[in-house]
Write a new protein. Structure first.
Lengths: 504, 350
């Protein structure tokens, strides 16, 4: 069981390479067009989606459910084909379709524009200019399609393991090199990949069924699966329809348990190790409750530099598991649900979240921060990211610096709040410092108010229309300055009071 | 005796202004714009000249926007380049609105009509703009597909490619400079005239420019800080800001805005539009009722003193009914939804 994804521009030789590769390896050839045709047969309005990419972003939101149905449908089909054996997928950004599944060989095929132009002229009988225009239009459409579906720039070379320039290497040489790479240990699906694939398939299939049921098709849901347990996060305003969600999912084969939470978003909580009783988890739960979010716990176990990596090294070799790696608890857990090697109790943490109806699932991420970023960008799940205790095998100073760098990168790319557990504890816990601030700022705000109230006459004289520019300027600055100071004082007092009464 | 343009503020008036700010804050947090549509006429009903009400409201808007803009900037929801281009033309629009308003006020201040001409001018713009917004929202609620307001005009404008065409990186769009300048000018003019520019700015950015919703909201809030500051400064320059009113409004609105925002997380969009549309419509009706009173003061229409008092009372009643009922509906719905959600969550656990 293995997967090679070929991402390519039109007439760059990628299509031919994919077909020959499948033939050479004896694997199944699957193209985007095949999956799209099957989606059409399943009732997904693919043509409507293809047309939507030419509309402005606001109008694209109108087909959000159809987009999800399409993705769920083709994910299930692709997962099924991979579970049967090796697959060569011919389409752009196919690996984003299986975002989170490790051990995929991701190939980007390019060719010089002149090479592509001549192929188009020869194959389609177009003039040089027409061929150029044709290539340009198709490339733009593909770019829009990938952004629409996965929210990524598929041309970014960072997403690939290997770049092949067909106009330089020729098809046969490329075929040899890619097939040789595909035989490498790091591109064979291990238990981690298989488990990840099964979880992804189950979550996608469950979502697909929900999107095809009249009672639940319009619901905005976030689904994740882990070893037969499906976690669903629905919007609070759709609370009445959640029993229907349970009904639909109860009928889906392969689901052992359905966990439903109501929330407006998902907080992704990243940490190297989790413990049920740690204060930071409680703080995140409190924040989630106050801000109407569910929590997805993601344990980081990158291939380098983290304690997770040490655990990783102890159980499997880098050669066996390198590459992208998000998967849900792929390592066997002892019967009590605790992973002894890491001191984690993810199972207990998941139960704790579920007790509060705040669970958006648990999982482990094996890979670099960049891959995690790509995964979060593509899945668009996080409404907030919480960075907990990370880089635990580094010194305290280095740990703080690395986490700060990580926060900046996440903030730049994800456009959602990136907060640390310390910031959350400051936000949700009412401390003695807050009490002091509350008293002090209330006194100051009251003083400003009293000055204004007790000196109405003087103030009116100061503020009324003046004849000199100096006085006009002075009174204008007074208005802006006093408003600014009072807004800050009173705004902060209100925030602290809301924190005290646990209203966020 | 206070200056000619300022009202006396006793304890009862102060509490009424704070409540006005609180209700305005709840509505503002709920709708996502300044809340001037309620606070400005509310102050006018308390006897504050329209021009002072607009100026004071802009000052409180500045304080409130300042407290909220930072988060959007941190999240990268602000297209600063777009904000800057719009701000330049918006400041021109504000200056124009302030000049018009103060000219009208200056012309007849001291005459029998008092601030009637300026009040009439503000009320007419207010009714003209907000009646379109309210009807648009209610029409949208009534439509079966629920696909939002008609965007034909905006889509037509979005095809306008009059050079120079400028690229805005955060929003990732290309728009004609003239279109941006025109929208900025109109937004600024409305902000300066009635203190409510967001009704034009946000929809224009989304539908005519193609800016993503979240960036449009962030950029508008970024703009609101400077526009409100510019507007408040311009009005204060002419002595038309009552700092006492601004602070009292802020005291109420900074607390109310949180409750309104909470409402948006609970209620369905369709219900939100319905409530918002009805509240705005009631505010518009309240202002429209006052128009004959201003016309009478300017001797364009003869009304007896009793009729004027009756109309003013009716205007008060409609405005406060709308605002308070809206607030009660929002807070009640928040509470009801919260309880229902807890009940369903309990059910989920079983």
């Amino acid at each position: 069981m293995s997967l090679i994804t070929i991402s390519r521009g039109t007439y760059s030789g990628g299509h031919e390479l994919a077909q020959k590769l499948a033939e050479l390896l004896g694997w199944q050839y699957v193209s985007r067009e095949q999956l799209a045709d099957e989606a059409r047969r399943c009732g997904v309005p693919v043509d409507l989606l293809e047309e939507a990419i030419h509309r402005p972003p606001r109008s694209q939101e109108e087909v959000a459910q159809e987009r999800l149905a399409y993705l769920a449908c083709i994910r299930v089909q692709l997962c099924d084909k991979i579970l049967e054996g090796g697959v060569v997928y011919d389409g752009h950004a196919g690996h984003m379709l299986l975002s989170g599944v490790p051990n995929i060989l991701r190939v980007r095929v390019v060719a010089d524009l002149d090479f592509r132009t001549h192929v188009v002229m020869h194959t389609m009988g177009k003039s040089y200019r027409e061929a150029r225009d044709y290539i340009s239009h198709v490339d733009i459409d593909r770019d829009r399609w990938s952004r629409f579906l996965y929210n990524v720039d598929w041309r970014d070379l960072f997403y690939y393991d290997v770049l092949v320039n067909i106009s330089q290497t020729g098809i046969n040489h490329a075929l040899d090199r890619v097939s040789e790479m595909a035989g490498g240990q790091e591109f064979q699906f291990g238990e981690a990949a298989r488990s990840s694939l099964r979880n992804l398939r189950l979550a996608s299939f469950a979502h697909y069924r929900l999107l095809h049921d009249d009672r639940t098709r319009q619901l905005s849901l976030h689904l994740s699966a882990h070893n037969g347990v499906v976690s669903v996060v629905g919007k609070p305003q759709d609370a009445e329809l959640m029993p229907a969600v349970r009904d639909v999912l109860d009928a889906v084969e392969g689901i052992d348990e359905v966990r439903i939470s109501l929330a407006n978003g998902v907080i992704v909580f990243l940490q190297d190790r989790f413990k049920r009783d740690e204060a930071s988890l409680q703080d995140v739960c409190t924040l989630a409750e106050r801000s109407d979010n569910a929590v997805r716990i993601l344990r980081l176990a990158g291939p380098d530099a983290t304690p997770g990596a040490e655990f990783f090294d102890a159980t499997t070799s880098h050669e066996e598991e390198a590459g992208i790696e998000v998967h849900d608890l792929v390592h066997p857990e002892p019967p009590d649900g605790k992973s002894i090697e890491t001191g984690d109790d993810l199972g207990d943490c998941a139960a704790k979240l579920q007790d509060n109806c705040r669970s958006a699932g648990v999982g482990t991420f094996y890979g670099s921060a960049d891959w995690l970023l790509s995964h979060l960008e593509a899945t668009r799940t996080a409404s907030m990211v919480v960075l907990g205790d990370l880089f635990l095998n580094r010194s305290v100073t280095v740990r703080a610096r690395l986490r700060d760098q990580l926060a900046r990168r996440f903030s730049y790319r994800l456009h959602v709040p990136i907060v640390t557990t310390e910031e959350i504890s400051q936000k949700v816990r009412f401390t003695s410092l807050d009490a002091v601030k509350l008293v002090l700022l209330t006194v100051l705000a009251t003083t400003v108010s009293m000055i204004v109230v007790l000196h109405q006459q003087d103030l009116a004289v100061l503020l009324e229309k003046h004849l000199t520019v100096g006085l006009k300027f002075g009174s204008s600055v007074l208005v802006i300055g006093v408003t600014m100071i009072f807004a800050w004082l009173w705004g902060t007092v209100v925030k602290i009071v809301l924190k005290l009464i646990r209203f966020e | 005796m206070l200056a000619e343009s300022f009202i006396d503020i006793d304890l009862i008036t102060a509490i009424r202004v704070i409540m006005l700010g609180f209700v305005g804050g709840v509505l503002s947090g709920f709708i996502g714009i300044g809340g001037a549509f309620f606070m400005t006429p509310g102050m006018m009903n308390l006897g504050v000249p329209g021009i002072i009400a607009v100026g004071s409201n802009l000052a409180q808007r500045f304080g409130k926007a300042m407290m909220g803009a930072g988060k959007h900037r941190e999240l990268g929801h602000v297209d600063r380049k777009l904000g800057l281009y719009m701000l330049i033309s918006a400041l021109v629009g504000i200056r124009l609105a302030v000049w018009l308003n103060t000219s009208l006020y200056s012309k007849e201040s001291g005459s029998a009509g008092g601030s009637a001409a300026s009040d009439l001018y503000i009320s007419l713009i207010y009714v003209g703009v907000l009646v379109v917004v309210a009807i648009g929202m209610l029409k949208d609620v009534a439509s079966k597909d629920g696909r939002g307001p008609s965007t034909k005009l905006a889509e037509m404008l979005s095809h306008l490619r009059l050079p120079p065409v400028i690229y805005f990186p955060t929003a990732d769009i290309r728009v004609s400079f003239w279109l941006v300048a025109a929208v900025g000018l109109l937004t600024g003019f409305l902000a300066g005239a009635i203190g409510a520019g967001g009704f034009v700015g946000v929809p224009a950015m989304i539908y005519a420019f193609g800016v993503p919703t979240v960036v449009a909201a962030g950029t508008q809030l970024f703009l609101a800080v400077f526009m409100a500051a510019g507007g408040a400064f311009a009005y204060a320059w002419d002595g038309m800001v009552d700092l006492r009113l601004a602070l009292l409004l802020l005291a109420g609105s900074l607390a109310g805005v949180y409750f309104g925002t909470y409402g948006t997380r609970i209620l369905k969009e369709r219900v939100m539009r319905l409530i918002t549309g009805l509240i705005i419509l009631l505010c518009v009706i309240s202002r429209a009722i006052e128009i004959p009173v201003y016309l009478s003061k300017l001797d364009y229409w003869r009304l007896s003193g009793g009729t004027e008092s009756l109309l003013s009372w009716l205007s008060h009643a409609v405005l406060y009914t709308g605002g308070v009922a809206g607030m009660v509906i929002i807070l009640g719905a928040v509470l009801k939804s919260y309880r229902r959600r807890r009940a369903v969550q309990e059910l989920m656990k079983k």
